[in-house]
Design a protein around this ligand. Structure first.
Ligand SMILES: Cc1cc2nc3c(=O)[nH]c(=O)nc-3n(C[C@H](O)[C@H](O)[C@H](O)COP(=O)(O)OP(=O)(O)OC[C@H]3O[C@@H](n4cnc5c(N)ncnc54)[C@H](O)[C@@H]3O)c2cc1C
Length: 460
């Protein structure tokens, strides 16, 4: 049962030495509280054993990100929002900023800190696999001074760490040598944000002369502590990626993880997913695996510029905002999946905005409000229509009018690769749909158009 609030003591010394002195005075008596997003959950559940809390939220030494030529030092009190908004973290440590993006919701990202995620020591914590593959080091500080420990040794068992009671994590150090690596991260869960992972992956790889020169794989939710898949890395290193290696890596990863059954998933499912994620990563690494230049640049743009650049791929401003808010996006598969997710979550009014950014099928002129790139893509998509016979064009114009009278909007079809008679046939079929069915068919066509345009955008 939760203790009465009066039984708790909360102090907030203004300086780091004052906090460290308090911790040293009575080691174990005082519990540091940073953002409080884990501590307060324990409090509400009646599981918070500590009665004395010392706030470290406002300590400047813990709240800054320092950039040096060969490494960055992220203050342990930096929030997920701080990570998401930092240019170097975004550009060079995208696995970490991705994890920050899908840790809880915005409110949680404004309060939750990287140091808190490490010390809370959940095997499902989203940022920890990224720290493993980047081979992070932790700066631990106490009154006695500061020392560095490799993060890989920090978690010594289920929810146990090597932190001494009088110590704090001051900073997390990351070497700046991964910007040339292909990076991929996956969170498999009920959904990305606001759900605890069933399995999460952070992976880095680099090919040289067609063979795997370096590979780093780490997973969460598959063992009592976040796990680096050393055996799977070993069998892949120095090899050419082919079907046999992918299969071997899949089975090795599935055997190397040590998952359990719990309320979120089963051990069998988690092992199968672990194998599949590793196989998918190797496939993409062999297919050229490096982050597209377009995505790398777009990830580091200011939000308004990023929205403006991606808008022509869909036409809905809310969609463009949603996409920009979900950066960094590391690869094409994630880009397309994110597009689907954002698109499906929009209300009808935003769908309409996207529909109306297209020219009528059979007409080349885009609405004046459409960006030039959208108009150019529309022209390419409707290339076939321009070559149709006059009869077919007249029929198309007639059916377009009928459609607009019936549904009060223009007809949407993903025209790429379709002949004009095919489009006419689809249009006639759509005219027989009821309102709701047709709205969803149009939305599906728009989803497909966005996919094709996103792929074109990536190859610009
Ligand atoms: C709604 C919600 C959704 C969430 N979703 C996710 C999610 O999707 N993925 C995920 O990984 N986590 C998630 N979390 C968990 C949580 O937000 C993170 O673990 C967060 O990073 C904890 O940071 P904090 O600053 O809030 O930690 P606090 O609650 O302040 O502290 C947690 C622990 O860390 C210790 N601590 C904090 N900072 C330091 C330091 N610098 N040195 C030494 N000890 C320290 C504290 O003493 C305490 O033991 C979620 C939480 C909530 C409430």
């Amino acid at each position: 049962m939760r203790a009465h609030p009066a039984e708790y003591e909360l102090v907030a010394p203004r300086t780091l030495p004052a906090v460290l002195a308090l911790l040293a005075e009575a080691p174990g008596d005082w519990l540091p509280i940073a953002g409080g997003t884990d501590v307060m959950v324990q409090y509400s559940a009646g599981n918070l054993r500590a009665r004395k809390l010392v706030s470290i939220w406002n300590l400047p030494e813990l709240r800054r990100i320092e950039v040096f030529p060969d490494e960055i030092q992220i203050g342990a009190g930096c929030t997920y929002t701080d990570l998401r908004e930092h240019a170097i973290v975004n550009q060079e440590f995208a696995l970490l900023s991705c994890a920050a993006r899908w840790t809880g919701g915005i409110a949680n990202q404004n309060r939750g800190t990287l140091g808190g995620n490490i010390v809370n020591a959940s095997p499902a914590a989203d940022s920890l696999p990224a720290l493993l593959v980047y081979e992070a080091e932790l700066l631990l500080v106490s009154l006695g001074g500061e020392h560095r420990v490799p993060y890989r040794n920090f978690h010594i068992g289920y929810r146990r760490t090597q932190l001494a009671p009088d110590e704090l994590i001051r900073a997390i150090c990351l070497k700046r040598r991964f910007s040339e690596y292909y990076a991929q991260t996956r969170k498999v869960g009920a959904r990305n944000a606001q759900a605890i992972s069933k399995v999460c992956l952070a992976a880095l790889g680099r090919l040289a002369g067609g063979v795997v020169e370096d590979i780093r794989l780490a997973m969460g939710s598959v063992a009592p502590v976040p796990l680096r898949l050393k055996e799977t890395e070993r069998i892949a290193k120095g090899k050419q990626i082919n079907a046999a290696l992918i299969q071997l890596a899949r089975t090795t990863a599935a055997a190397e993880v040590r998952p359990i059954d719990d309320i979120r998933s089963t051990a069998r499912y988690r092992a199968a997913v672990a194998g599949n994620l590793v196989a998918e990563f190797l496939e993409q690494l062999s297919a050229g695996g490096s982050m597209s230049d377009v995505l790398a640049r777009w990830n580091s743009l200011r939000a308004d510029a990023a929205e403006g650049e991606i808008l022509p791929c869909c036409g809905s401003k809310a969609w463009a905002r949603g996409m920009a808010a979900r950066r960094p996006i590391l690869d094409e598969a994630t880009l397309l999946a994110t597009s689907d997710h954002v698109w499906k979550s929009l209300p009808e009014s935003d769908w309409m905005e996207a529909f109306h950014s297209h020219p009528r099928i059979g007409e080349s002129r885009s609405p004046d409000s459409s960006p030039a790139r959208s108009a150019a893509w529309s022209g390419e998509e409707q290339l076939e229509v321009g070559n149709a016979s006059e009869d077919v064009k007249v029929a198309l114009a007639q059916e377009n009018r009928a459609y607009e009278q019936r549904f009060k909007r223009i007809f949407i079809v993903c025209a790429t690769g379709k002949s004009t008679p095919e489009i006419l046939e689809i249009l006639r079929r759509c005219l027989r749909n009821d309102e709701t069915t047709e709205l969803h068919e149009a939305a599906e066509q728009q989803r497909q158009i966005a996919h094709l345009r996103l792929k074109k955008w990536l190859s610009l």
